[in-house]
Design a protein around this ligand. Structure first.
Ligand SMILES: [Zn+2]
Length: 453
C-alpha cells in the first residue's frame, strides 16, 4: 500500500466517523423530544363517555400511565410497560366504576409517558401532562310547556318549552326529514318558542327537541303532536305548443340555464327543474333565519293579501308535465295563486321587514317579508314592487301590484308562506280559527305556566 493510499484511508475513516456521529445525533435512537400527549376535551366530563387520549413519539413509547386524581383519592386507570415500543398509542379511558358516585366538581387526569430514546444517558425523554376537567353528570332539563294539538301534512305548528343546564351547549328541534328548527328565546330566561313545519313533499312528520351540555350529556323530548295526513292534488298537465313557443321561449331568453338551448322541451325541463331549484334555494336561504332576540309575544293577523281575489291554484299541487303522452318533468306548487283584476294592489295584513325585493327567476318580481319567529311571506309574479330590502312595512300597507312576471300565464299573485325555510299551506294562516287554536292559545297556555313558576 502506498503512503498516498493510506492517508486516503485515514481520511475515509474520519469521514465515516463524522457521518456516523451525525447519524447518531440526528437518529431517532437519540431523539431529544418528549412524547406528545393530547386529549380530546373541552374541559368538561360527564364521567360516562371514555376520554380519548393520544400519545405519540418519534422513537417509540416505552411506558405510560393514566391517573385520576380527586380531592381525596387517586386511582390508576392505566399503567403499561411496552415490550414492543409503539410510535402512537390511542387510549379510550373509561372512568372507574366508583367515579359515578363522586361528588367532586372537578377532577385531574394525569398522563405520563416515557420514550425509548437513548438520550438523557439512555433514560429517554419523559413527559407528564395534567388535565383538569369539570365534572357534569346532569343531563339538560327539558320540558314542553305547550304545543299545537296537531300538525297537518304541508302545515305548521307551534311549540314552547323550557331548557335548563348550567353548562348548556346547544339545543334545537330535529325532525325525521333533513331539517332542524331553531327555537327563539321567549318571554323569560330559559324558555323558547319555535314554529314547526311539515313539508308537503314528506310522507311523515316527527319532531324531537334535543339539548346538549358541554359534558356531552344529552336530553331528548318528543313533541307529541297529533299527525294528520292530507291528500294534495296531482295534476297531469299536457304541454301545448302555444305554451312552449310563447311563455317558455320568452323565459328561455332570460335565463342563463337556457342560453344556447333551442329545443322547447329541453328549455321547459331546465326552467321547471334547474331554474326552479336555484330560485327556491335562494328563498329557503333567506327564510331560514330566526332571530336570537327574546320575544315576549307573537301576534299575527290572519293573512289575506289580495282583496276580493279568487283562488286560481292551490298549495301543494303535484304537477306532472307531459308532451305527446311522454313524461317530461314534475314539480310542486308551493304557494297559493290568487287573482283579482290586473295590477291589483297587494296589501299584507301583517307588518314586518322586507328581506328580499328583486327578480327571482320563475317567481318574477318577488318581495319577501319577515314577520318574526321564522315566519315569512312571499309575493310572486308582481308587475311592480314598492318596497326595498330593509324597509319596515305596516299592516295593510300596499307593497306591490300583481302581474305575470316570471313563470306565470295570467296576472295573479303567487302567495307563499314559509316557516324557517319550509313552504307551508297558506290556508292555515288565512284561517282565524286555526290561528287561535295553534298560535294564540298555545302562547297563552305557556305564559300562564311560566307566570306560575
Ligand atoms: Zn303559483
Amino acid at each position: 500500500m502506498s503512503k498516498r493510499n493510506s492517508s486516503l484511508g485515514v481520511k475515509l475513516i474520519l469521514a465515516l466517523m463524522v457521518v456516523a456521529g451525525i447519524y447518531v445525533y440526528s437518529s431517532s435512537m437519540f431523539e431529544r423530544e418528549s412524547p406528545h400527549i393530547t386529549m380530546q376535551t373541552n374541559g368538561y366530563w360527564n364521567l360516562k363517555n371514555p376520554l380519548n387520549i393520544e400519545i405519540d413519539d418519534a422513537s417509540g413509547i416505552k411506558s405510560y400511565s393514566v391517573v385520576l386524581k380527586t380531592k381525596d383519592e387517586q386511582s390508576t386507570l392505566h399503567n403499561e410497560q411496552l415490550i414492543v415500543p409503539k410510535k402512537k398509542i390511542q387510549l379510550e379511558v373509561e372512568p372507574p366504576r366508583s367515579a359515578y358516585g363522586m361528588k367532586d366538581k372537578s377532577i385531574k387526569v394525569i398522563v405520563e409517558a416515557n420514550d425509548t430514546s437513548k438520550w438523557n444517558f439512555l433514560k429517554g425523554n419523559k413527559i407528564v401532562k395534567e388535565f383538569e376537567l369539570k365534572i357534569d353528570k346532569k343531563r339538560p332539563e327539558l320540558s314542553i310547556l305547550s304545543h299545537s294539538y296537531k300538525i297537518t301534512k304541508g302545515g305548521s305548528a307551534l311549540v314552547i318549552f323550557k331548557v335548563n343546564d348550567e353548562n348548556l351547549k346547544d339545543f334545537y328541534i330535529e325532525t325525521n326529514f333533513d331539517k332542524k328548527f331553531v327555537p327563539q328565546p321567549f318571554y323569560k330566561e330559559g324558555y323558547y318558542i319555535s314554529l314547526l313545519a311539515w313539508p308537503v313533499t314528506e310522507q311523515s312528520f316527527k319532531a324531537t327537541i334535543v339539548a346538549h351540555d358541554y359534558a356531552s350529556n344529552e336530553s331528548k323530548s318528543y313533541i307529541p303532536l297529533y299527525v294528520q295526513d292530507k291528500k294534495y292534488r296531482v295534476s297531469n298537465i299536457k304541454l301545448s305548443d302555444n305554451f312552449l313557443k310563447g311563455k317558455i321561449a320568452e323565459l328561455a331568453e332570460e335565463f342563463i340555464e337556457t342560453q344556447g338551448i333551442s329545443d322547447p322541451i329541453t328549455q321547459f325541463k331546465l326552467i321547471n327543474e334547474d331554474v326552479r331549484l336555484k330560485n327556491e334555494k335562494l328563498i329557503h336561504e333567506i327564510t331560514s333565519k330566526v332571530s336570537t332576540e327574546m320575544i315576549s309575544d307573537f301576534k299575527i293577523n290572519e293573512m289575506y293579501p289580495l282583496k276580493n281575489a279568487q283562488v286560481v291554484a292551490t298549495f301543494g299541487d303535484h304537477r306532472k308535465y307531459s308532451y305527446n303522452d311522454d313524461y317530461i318533468s314534475e314539480s310542486y306548487h308551493l304557494g297559493l295563486d290568487m287573482a283579482s283584476y290586473a295590477h291589483a294592489e297587494i296589501k299584507p295584513q301583517n307588518g314586518g321587514e322586507v328581506v328580499y325585493s328583486d327578480f327571482n327567476g320563475i317567481y318574477g318580481q318577488m318581495p319577501l317579508i319577515s314577520h318574526g319567529l321564522g315566519l315569512y311571506t312571499l309575493y310572486g309574479h308582481c308587475s311592480s314592487v314598492k318596497v326595498g330590502v330593509g324597509d319596515k312595512v305596516k299592516e295593510s300597507q300596499s307593497i306591490a301590484n300583481t302581474g305575470k312576471s316570471g313563470y306565470a300565464m295570467g296576472d295573479h299573485l303567487h302567495f307563499g308562506v314559509l316557516v324557517q325555510g319550509v313552504e307551508v299551506r297558506p290556508a292555515e294562516w288565512m284561517d282565524k280559527e286555526w290561528m287561535k287554536l295553534n298560535i294564540q292559545d298555545v302562547i297563552k297556555t305557556a305564559k300562564s305556566v311560566i307566570d306560575k313558576n
